[in-house]
Design a protein around this ligand. Structure first.
Ligand code: FE2
Length: 204
């Protein structure tokens, strides 16, 4: 096996009641595991058995013949990244990150409102993102497995808006899940580290 399922960086019951153990059982233990297993099967006999996940994503993103490899590789990476965006005990938003978000979006509240709107207007399965794109902070959305890596952006934060991410806890209420994500679950220290390591980032 080339790739393995990244362990959750918190206990499976640690995000309850905002994200239940049952949701994580399915989302991490079944959905994420399935992407890992599918990727490992698809890359047998290809040079990708020795490649880094990020390189597989970049290499296959433009090639329709490799769509299945791209979809599964990107979904493995997206979920690894998503779990790192979550924490049961969010620290306050750091000073530099807060300043950068305020500069880009007007205020922290406006950042949250715009991120939420992006998450809600993603039609069907996909992801909402905060990215660094050529030195600028942007809020974006992608469909299905698509992600910022594939288009040369640096991901800073994501929210999974596939129904499998919230249906057990919130049924059809995606807005409620996204609001809880923004208010109760974001690992701002992880977001700040991503900002600090963004190649084009110029500290204020
Ligand atoms: Fe997911």
């Amino acid at each position: 096996m080339t790739f393995s399922l990244m362990p959750l960086p918190f206990a499976k019951n640690a995000l309850a009641p905002h994200m239940s153990e049952q949701t994580l059982d399915f989302h991490h233990g079944k959905h994420h595991q399935t992407y890992v297993d599918a990727l490992n099967k698809l890359i047998v006999g290809t040079p990708y058995t020795k490649a880094a996940l990020e390189d597989i994503i970049r290499d296959t993103s433009e090639n329709v013949d490799q769509g299945r490899i791209f979809n599964n590789a990107a979904q493995v990476w997206n979920h690894n990244f998503f779990w790192n965006c979550l924490t049961p005990a969010p620290a306050p938003v750091g000073r530099n990150l807060s300043q950068q978000l305020t500069k880009a979006f007007g205020s922290m509240d406006e950042f949250k409102a715009r991120f939420k709107e992006m998450a809600l207007t993603q039609f069907g399965s996909g992801w909402a993102w905060l990215v660094m794109d050529q030195g600028q902070l942007k809020i974006t959305k992608t469909s299905n497995a698509e992600n910022p890596l594939a288009v040369g952006q640096k991901a800073l934060l994501t929210c999974d808006v596939w129904e499998h991410a919230y249906y057990l806890d919130y049924q059809n209420r995606r807005a409620d899940m996204v609001q809880v994500f923004l208010d109760k679950l974001i690992n701002w220290e992880f977001v700040a580290r991503n900002l600090d390591s963004a190649p084009a980032h110029q500290a204020a």
